[in-house]
Design a protein around this ligand. Sequence first.
Ligand SMILES: *[C@@H]1O[C@H](CO)[C@@H](O)[C@H](O)[C@H]1NC(C)=O
Ligand SMILES: *[C@@H]1O[C@H](CO)[C@@H](O)[C@H](O)[C@H]1NC(C)=O
Ligand SMILES: *[C@@H]1O[C@H](CO)[C@@H](O)[C@H](O)[C@H]1NC(C)=O
Ligand SMILES: *[C@@H]1O[C@H](CO)[C@@H](O)[C@H](O)[C@H]1NC(C)=O
Ligand SMILES: *[C@@H]1O[C@H](CO)[C@@H](O)[C@H](O)[C@H]1NC(C)=O
Ligand SMILES: *[C@@H]1O[C@H](CO)[C@@H](O)[C@H](O)[C@H]1NC(C)=O
Ligand SMILES: *[C@@H]1O[C@H](CO)[C@@H](O)[C@H](O)[C@H]1NC(C)=O
Ligand SMILES: *[C@@H]1O[C@H](CO)[C@@H](O)[C@H](O)[C@H]1NC(C)=O
Ligand SMILES: *[C@@H]1O[C@H](CO)[C@@H](O)[C@H](O)[C@H]1NC(C)=O
Ligand SMILES: *[C@@H]1O[C@H](CO)[C@@H](O)[C@H](O)[C@H]1NC(C)=O
Ligand SMILES: *[C@@H]1O[C@H](CO)[C@@H](O)[C@H](O)[C@H]1NC(C)=O
Length: 468
Amino acid sequence: MAGFKLSAGVGLLGLAASALAAPAPVYSEPTTTFSVPKVTAPVEPVTNVTSHGPYTGPPPTTTGALSTTVLAPSIPALPPGPDAFKYPSDGQLHAPQPAPYTPAGGVGTNGSAPVYKMLSDFDYQSIALALYQEWIELDLFHWGLDRFSVEDFEKAGLTAEDRHLIEYMANQEVGHATLLSNMLGPSAPNQCNYNYPAMNVHEYIDFCQKVTRYGEAGVYGFLNHLNAHDVGQMLLQSITTEARQQMIFRQFEGLFPTPEWFQVGIPQSWAWTLLAPYISSCPANNTRLVWQNYPALHILNQPNPFRINGSNVWNETTDGGYANTAAYRDIEENDDCTKTNATGVSCAPAISRNRSMPLSYPGRQVFLEWDEPGKPIGPNNSYVTDTQAGAPKFAAWVSQLNVTYSPLEDIKGNSAYTVQPDVSTFDGNPAINGTIFLVLTDEDLYVTPFNLTQLNPHVYAVGMYQSG
Ligand SMILES: *[C@@H]1O[C@H](CO)[C@@H](O)[C@H](O)[C@H]1NC(C)=O
Ligand SMILES: *[C@@H]1O[C@H](CO)[C@@H](O)[C@H](O)[C@H]1NC(C)=O
Ligand SMILES: *[C@@H]1O[C@H](CO)[C@@H](O)[C@H](O)[C@H]1NC(C)=O
Ligand SMILES: *[C@@H]1O[C@H](CO)[C@@H](O)[C@H](O)[C@H]1NC(C)=O
Ligand SMILES: *[C@@H]1O[C@H](CO)[C@@H](O)[C@H](O)[C@H]1NC(C)=O
Ligand SMILES: *[C@@H]1O[C@H](CO)[C@@H](O)[C@H](O)[C@H]1NC(C)=O
Ligand SMILES: *[C@@H]1O[C@H](CO)[C@@H](O)[C@H](O)[C@H]1NC(C)=O
Ligand SMILES: *[C@@H]1O[C@H](CO)[C@@H](O)[C@H](O)[C@H]1NC(C)=O
Ligand SMILES: *[C@@H]1O[C@H](CO)[C@@H](O)[C@H](O)[C@H]1NC(C)=O
Ligand SMILES: *[C@@H]1O[C@H](CO)[C@@H](O)[C@H](O)[C@H]1NC(C)=O
Ligand SMILES: *[C@@H]1O[C@H](CO)[C@@H](O)[C@H](O)[C@H]1NC(C)=O
């Protein structure tokens, strides 16, 4: 049979419609509120975590990441796949259409019903990681509302409406945790107990801004590698909400909301590295993860968004390493940008802020220190930091679409400095701006957004850098 003719189909439909006598349209004043059935779905039961602080229990009985037979130390780099250049990207159609207005190809387009279930260990471990992330955010957002008084928030320029937004974001996390738990099934990891650095409201907002950044970036890193594209669709529709949360926390911090043209993605092991230090303990049977915990990278002159001249800073973080959260406690009134409304200077909460003195800039000398592997970390101290890399030689600036290396200089033991490179994704868009990732590597391996994980065997330490 010849191909189904699109024009014929359209003609038939048109004929059928116009053959009916057109009834008068229903226009009237909407005076009635109709009673409609309520349609909803139950959420995962959540209890507010009441205990916070470091883990003090007995040594764990199980240690290290989940593992099975390991076939090779790394995945060899290969040339592009056989079909990579096959499709002529010329704007023409190259195959019969499966249906009207429907081009051939795509994944999950053949009519099979989506089932939203994991299809591989990769899928399970990635979604379980995302669930650990949703759980910490749920707790973190509640914790701040509980921990700080109304007066504390008001002093930091955050109103009752702003606090309502934080509460609302916590509720969004309940939805995300429910969705991911449902897709994982009964073995889905449960909520844990957490240990946050000592914080005031400003530091809390900076911490939230950084936690949501690695949460968001952690998902972008694996989303398009999932076997289960139907699961990926659900996750995508949650992570775009998370991305908005990240931007809102930047606005609460008086930072430019989105200084990037592209949001960065990172490998799962980097996200787990940044998340695990803030989990103190998990329930006894909680599902464990396969991902690596890297040693911490400490940024000794991490730019401080609460300073008028944010790059003029030394050793001013609350957690020393990993997220490298900004400390607010030691800033003198004259240097404090939260206390002014002056354009170009102020970092009081706002929809957008211009900062006339950049937090960081190409050519800035950045002083670094890093930990050795072998440190117990994460839930019940039951994971152990590890690296397969040789001695660190480069800092990799991972932002937007780019991984840019700068050599480590003056390496003394576990410290060195490096100089911020001058790189743009595209003309007019400095790549290094916003909340980015800085990792130490033993090699300046060329990687791009879809194969960034290939860098993992060369990574020595992981941290976040506040470049704008
Ligand atoms: C958890 O804490 C938040 C904020 O303090 C509160 O609004 C909420 O009702 C609490 N939830 C439960 C289940 O206790
Ligand atoms: C349709 O695609 C799915 C994968 O998305 C595959 O499992 C299934 O076998 C395909 N069905 C047919 C009829 O080709
Ligand atoms: C752990 O135990 C709780 C309570 O018995 C159960 O609800 C949950 O499904 C278990 N989790 C896993 C990962 O087995
Ligand atoms: C981790 O610590 C918590 C709190 O002390 C405890 O309830 C749990 O059983 C511990 N988990 C493991 C795997 O030992
Ligand atoms: C800001 O601090 C940097 C040091 O990090 C210094 O070089 C610069 O001159 C300062 N800018 C102003 C305007 O004070
Ligand atoms: C940074 O400050 C902490 C305490 O606030 C101190 O223990 C540490 O030695 C300092 N590090 C450097 C490199 O100055
Ligand atoms: C900034 O201006 C707003 C509106 O005039 C005012 O409510 C607020 O207190 C000012 N903030 C500071 C830090 O001066
Ligand atoms: C904000 O910064 C941009 C770019 O640096 C500049 O063009 C603009 O004039 C600034 N606006 C204000 C109000 O400072
Ligand atoms: C970062 O982005 C902000 C907002 O667009 C801009 O004002 C600033 O100049 C940028 N910083 C650098 C170092 O390019
Ligand atoms: C940054 O990424 C863009 C997009 O992939 C690429 O065109 C550009 O060459 C990269 N720049 C550098 C310096 O690697
Ligand atoms: C990553 O992908 C790029 C192409 O986008 C390729 O040139 C590079 O060799 C790959 N790197 C590794 C380590 O596989």
